[in-house]
Design a protein around this ligand. Structure first.
Ligand code: GCB
Length: 591
């Protein structure tokens, strides 16, 4: 899926700004009239923390957004497409009172063809948004209704921020013929690279030209072709590789022409050349073993919630680079396209995760080690949604060299009967959709130990979320150390060829709390906890990654063990370092 761009044939208008907003179900809204009693709401951002009223902040159900936009005579001669970066969790879009499209799933973009609905001059855009989650959606939640009021109990601990979280744009293309997709496929021996892109075009054209442009803006290779099916490979004789923390980005320019050499449409797709392999329990990037240093994170910041904000993203990347990190996981949903573009440029490796979180019925994040009594795989009906989120994530992100692996679920009930049957087709689908065949993983919950887990054989990497010294062996780091060592050895014994990475480990820590007794919640305990864990990882050369939980403190619903959010951050929510940050910086300079 192409990210909107302005070029010789395309225009982009941003619809970001102050919109109208109102909580209401469908019956209360006249689609041909303005919202009757709206508040102002900034887009992009979650609605929740923009309002003062707490009932509104925590509203579960339906709500409406409205704005207007103008279309010029000239623009009406083009094809107009409305594009949402994401609407959390589902959207029905109305243009001038008519339904023009809908989308389920809160973390991937969708497009709506506008030409049948818009007019020259002023147009009305309404979006009915829902933040409801149930047994069929991803993320997964428990939905109840009482006296006509919905109530969602999320099966995850982050606050269920919702709304129009990412940018809204209208882009134009030529009406009759346009480039719909560009997938930059290539084969490289790390010196010579043959680039053979997959290009989708709607409409008739006479011929196309392809160019690869390097970082100095030189055209390094060019091809002409009569059609997308007869493209000859473009040879990069002296490939400049994309390396972790040393990014190098090329662009593939596609131009399509009519018989008179008149340009009909054009698009420039950024890409990088790198390989990813798993061999002898190591992860190889460009044939070199890589050790992952970094974080599980959240899109989460005061006031904007899960809204896309480029300054926050840039600052987070600068903090990660300052600590000498090289990787992060998009826990627990695909992050914004803008962030993925920056990861490409910053050379940060990304474990790209679907929103398949909460696939464990009865497990409560706030009770931490509670065991589900219900069989998840008989209760949940998420297979269709799961296929969709995998498809949408890969379609959106396959051109990003930063993507190292696909994480298709976080902490599913992989020890319960039915888990293997549920995941086997999903892993197969992931491999089938991804031409690169990047490694596939799904981080494991603590109760999914090697003796009871049923799905590790399906995946390329053993990804562990482990909290020895916190949820298990609380305040007993000696016992925690033994248990951690034992579990690592047990996984290795069972799957000697698979690399092991720690996708989560951490301890809640109140910034500024100090304890001579080095007690839990203090900065001292966080230091001791991490020093123990990191020392254990260093004992095993098949442990090839440490992604700490979490990069920063983040918002959660209030809970018994969630006081003002999840406090496992290395940084506070406003990005001030806890003591542990300096230890990491030192360690990662040499690791
Ligand atoms: C986990 C979850 C993560 C939670 C974390 C915690 O295992 O994957 O979403 O935030 O534990 O802190 O409890």
């Amino acid at each position: 899926m192409l990210y909107p761009q302005v070029n010789a044939t395309r225009m982009v208008t941003s619809l970001d700004g102050f919109w109208q907003f109102q909580v209401a179900d469908q019956k209360a809204i006249d689609l041909h009239q303005p919202l009757p009693a709206p508040l102002t709401m900034a887009v992009p951002a979650s609605f929740n923390d923009q309002v003062v009223d707490q009932t509104l902040r925590n509203h579960d159900g339906y709500f409406w957004y409205e704005t207007t936009f103008n279309i010029s005579k000239l623009q009406k001669t083009q094809r107009n497409v409305l594009r949402f970066g994401s609407v959390t969790h589902s959207a029905v879009v109305y243009i001038n009172g008519h339904e023009a499209g809908r989308h389920q799933g809160g973390f991937t973009p969708f497009e709506i063809e506008l030409d049948d609905y818009i007019q020259v001059g002023k147009n009305d855009l309404k979006v009915q948004v829902s933040n409801l989650l149930d047994n069929t959606t991803l993320p997964s939640g428990e939905l109840t209704q009482q006296a006509g009021q919905y109530h969602v109990t999320p099966r995850f601990d982050f606050y269920n921020y919702a709304g129009i979280n990412r940018p809204v744009k209208i882009f134009t293309t030529n009406k009759q013929v346009h480039i719909d997709d560009v997938v930059v496929k290539y084969h490289t021996d790390l010196h010579q690279t043959n680039v053979l892109p997959d290009i989708k075009i709607t409409g008739n054209y006479h011929h196309l030209t392809l160019q690869i442009i390097d970082e100095a803006n030189n055209v390094v290779v060019q091809n002409n072709s009569a059609s997308t099916t007869t493209i000859k490979p473009l040879l990069l004789a002296d490939t400049h590789l994309w390396q972790p923390r040393h990014a190098y980005l090329y662009k593939l320019a596609v131009m399509i022409y009519d018989a008179n050499d008149e340009l009909l449409d054009t698009y420039e797709q950024t890409f990088g050349i790198r390989t990813v392999k798993i061999a002898h329990n190591q992860i190889l990037v460009n044939d070199q073993p890589i050790y992952l240093k970094g974080f599980g994170r959240h899109e989460d910041f005061p006031v904007i919630g899960k809204g896309m904000n480029q300054a926050v993203i840039n600052h987070d990347h600068n903090l990660m680079k300052w600590l000498n990190a090289n990787a992060f996981r998009t826990s627990h949903y695909p992050y914004s396209e803008e962030e993925m573009q920056l990861a490409d440029r910053d050379g940060l490796l990304v474990i790209d995760e679907t929103p398949a979180v909460g696939l464990f019925v009865g497990f409560s994040a706030s009770m931490a080690m509670g065991q589900g009594q219900v069989n998840t795989w008989q209760t949940l009906k998420t297979q269709a949604a799961h296929q969709q989120v995998i498809r949408e994530m890969i379609t959106r992100d396959q051109n990003h060299p930063a993507v190292l692996m696909w994480s298709i679920a976080n902490e599913p009930a992989s020890q319960q009967v039915g888990a293997h049957e549920y995941f086997a087709p999903l892993v197969q689908l992931t491999k089938q959709l991804d031409w690169q065949k990047l490694p596939v993983m799904a981080p494991k919950i603590m109760v999914a130990t090697p003796d009871v887990d049923r799905i590790a054989d399906l995946f390329d990497v053993i990804a562990l979320n482990r909290y020895y010294g916190w949820y298990a062996d609380f305040n007993d780091l000696t016992k925690a150390k033994q248990d951690l060592q034992n579990e690592i050895k047990a996984w290795h014994q069972k799957y000697p060829d698979k690399p092991i990475i720690f996708t989560e480990f951490g301890a809640d820590t109140l910034s500024g709390m100090h304890s001579l007794a080095r007690e839990p919640y203090s900065e001292e305990y966080q230091l001791d906890y991490y020093q123990m864990n990191l020392a254990v990882f260093d004992e095993f050369d098949y442990v090839v990654g440490e992604l700490l939980w979490n990069f920063a403190d983040f918002a959660t619903p209030t809970g018994l063990i969630r006081i003002n959010g999840n406090r496992k951050g290395i940084f506070t929510r406003d990005r001030q370092p806890k003591d542990i940050a300096y230890l990491l910086k030192k360690r990662w300079a040499h690791k």
